[in-house]
Design a protein around this ligand. Structure first.
Ligand code: GDP
Length: 606
């Protein structure tokens, strides 16, 4: 660790994250980069941090050496690149910083054979939201049939040694990525053809397996941050700022936090403020821990060595009292002096409150494992216009179910809990079952949202069916001469359905609009029917004040008596649910009813 003199400022390592769809090669690529760093570093250089790895400047220089003829101007000015070890957007979410990210730049890994997949789109969305620039690693070029691998060579070298057929296949695949990136709102181009890196995303063809293209990937990251981000990378001997990546129990140490420091210096004994589940935690650094270099590994000494101080950018484990309730994704600050503690508590509190949601609105309840993932889930819900009633970190509790059931009473589709990577407490599980509150769980954000949206669609479909079932449909019948079985109480007559449909429960009216009574039962000889449609002749019983021979007679035409609200729905929401003969009958019914009520069947705005 370089020690820092008073007032000194320096350019720190840019913080790099790797994102992309599952199985597209994020882990393999990070392993390859780490392997390169270890193999090419100078003796004594440390590449491993807690939760992160460094590719030192010395390694970047060696890797860039064979690229000299392509990029003669590349000079390494940064002290190296700091890669966050765990890829994927769950951890990336925790690198949150108000209005952005602690990550300076990202590598979006795309399997060139597969192109964009759901998590690729989601990664781009998150990068956009957090305003993090990125380059695309078009991975697995070695899987193009016929590819001849040239281990660890620059892409521009290995491509010259490939068959022209393979080269044109590669071009096709890159072109697909270019158009998918265009769809996502970005101009993109193969890296060696990019004219302006501020407006165009660079695509670097690589193989994480053979190492081909990795030299360009590292050189490009370096070149881009040096050209466009130097200001952002300047840091000085100020009290440190960082973010909590993970909260971890360590044997013999208790609860520790793994932190990425992106600004300033942190020393043993410093007072820090960090976000907690209930309120910000103020504590003193007991130990700053870095991974013990492999060659020093002795069984009894543990995995970590304690250091006096670390400087940005770094990944470090902090051991301190009272960290049990610390929140991953929360900011961490070294407090410059005791009288500033309250000020920092306020900053941390505001930052955390900006993510948590607690309202009386009708909306879903969200629970997530960390502040970062909570923010990411809430953002994903917002994109889908799904309102949120409550959003918090921690397991699903009985109170969450209670909150969800309040929403459920108003809007069933919002009466749910969306749980990302958290436990459900047993009493909450029971209560949810009793209250019929659905809990959606997943540890992939887009899957979680997809599951919920799918369920809402189903629910809407069911509601529609239920509402449709409850509507009285148009029907027109004629009383058959010679088929009066009973004149009243109930009247039983034979009828022919001329148009539309009749069902038990449907009220009937005469041609002049007079209500006659309600159909009790429909029979075809000995069979009781649920409905009768145009063309069928059946016997029906009619309950109500009806006397055959007085109110109606043989040969008379009757219609279903459709309430005004039902007609309105038939003419608007369910226009397409009526058959042609039902539509004709409906027209006739409207003509009859209009004589009594001029507004019947009138739809405003149509
Ligand atoms: P992640 O889920 O994105 O971290 O993907 P992994 O790094 O675990 O890779 C998924 C699979 O793809 C593994 O079987 C890797 O060995 C394989 N893989 C990754 N990169 C490459 C590559 O460049 N070439 C080939 N042939 N296979 C690769």
């Amino acid at each position: 660790m370089s020690s820092v003199k008073s007032g000194k400022s320096w350019i720190r390592q840019p913080i790099v994250v790797v994102l992309g769809h599952v199985d597209h090669g994020k882990t393999t690529l990070l392993d390859k980069i780490r392997g390169t760093a270890v193999a090419k570093k100078e003796p004594g250089e440390i590449t491993q941090h807690v939760g992160a790895s460094i590719v030192p400047a010395s390694v970047l220089r060696k890797v860039a050496e064979p690229l000299k003829k392509y990029f003669p101007k590349l000079k390494i000015e940064i002290p190296g690149l700091l890669f966050v070890d765990t890829p994927g957007h769950e951890l990336f979410s925790n690198l949150r910083r108000r209005g952005g990210s602690v990550a300076d730049i990202a590598i979006l890994v795309v399997d060139i054979m597969e192109g964009f997949q759901p998590q690729t789109w989601e990664s781009i969305q998150i990068l956009k939201e957090r305003k993090v620039p990125f380059i695309v690693a078009a991975n697995k070029i070695d899987r193009i049939p016929g590819w001849k691998p040239n281990h660890d060579q620059p892409f521009l070298e290995t491509i010259r040694k490939q068959d022209p057929r393979i080269v044109s296949r590669l071009e096709e695949l890159i072109y697909r990525l270019i158009s998918q990136l265009y769809e996502a709102g970005f101009m993109a181009e193969r890296f060696d053809r990019v004219k302006d890196f501020r407006t165009t995303v660079a695509i670097v063809p690589v193989s994480a397996k053979t190492g081909e293209g990795v030299p360009e990937l590292l050189a490009l990251l370096t070149g881009l941050v040096q050209r466009f981000m130097k200001k952002r990378l300047v840091t000085s001997e100020e009290p440190a700022k960082g973010v909590v990546l993970e909260v971890k129990e360590e044997p013999g140490l208790g609860t520790t936090i793994d932190v990425i420091i992106y600004d300033g210096v942190i020393r043993r004994g410093d007072t820090i403020v960090v976000g907690g589940k209930d309120k910000p935690i103020v504590t003193k650094v007991r130990a700053l821990l870095m991974p013990r270099p492999l060659q020093d590994m002795r069984a009894h000494e543990g995995k970590f060595v304690s250091v006096e101080q670390v400087v940005a950018a770094t990944g470090v484990k902090i051991s301190a009292p009272d960290l049990d309730n610390a929140l991953a994704g929360s900011p961490i600050f070294v407090v410059p002096s005791e009288d500033k503690i309250e000020e920092y508590i306020k900053i941390v509190k505001e930052e955390i409150e900006s993510v948590r949601i607690k309202t009386d609105n009708i909306g879903v309840v969200v629970k997530a494992d960390t502040l970062g993932t909570l923010e990411a889930v809430v953002e994903a819900l917002k994109r889908e216009n799904i309102p949120v009633r409550l959003a918090d970190v921690g397991p699903v509790s009985k109170n969450d179910v209670l909150e969800a059931s309040v929403s459920k009473n108003h809007r069933p589709e919002y009466g749910v809990i969306i749980a990302f990577n958290v436990k459900i407490l047993p009493e909450a599980e029971e209560y949810a079952a009793r209250e019929n509150v659905k809990i959606f769980r997943h540890n992939v954000i887009y899957k979680l949202i997809e599951d919920y949206i799918g369920w809402v669609k189903q629910l809407r479909e069911q509601e529609k069916i239920k509402e449709l079932e409850s509507l009285i449909r148009p029907g027109k019948i004629r009383i058959l001469p010679g088929y009066i079985f009973r004149r009243s109480n109930p009247a039983i007559v034979g009828v022919e359905v001329i148009g539309g449909v009749i069902k038990p429960g449907y009220p009937l009216m005469r041609k002049d609009g007079m209500r006659l009574g309600t159909i009790m039962q429909i029979r075809d000889r000995d069979n009781v029917l649920k409905e009768a449609r145009a063309g069928q002749s059946v016997a029906i019983s009619i309950r109500g004040r009806i006397l055959v021979g007085r109110h109606v007679d043989e040969g008379d035409i009757l219609y279903t008596d459709i309430p005004k609200q039902h007609v309105h729905l038939w003419l608007t929401k369910y226009k397409n649910e009526l058959s042609d003969d039902e539509k004709m009958v409906l027209k006739e019914i409207i003509e009859i009813k209009k004589k009594q009520d001029p507004f019947y069947g009138l739809v405003f705005g149509s």
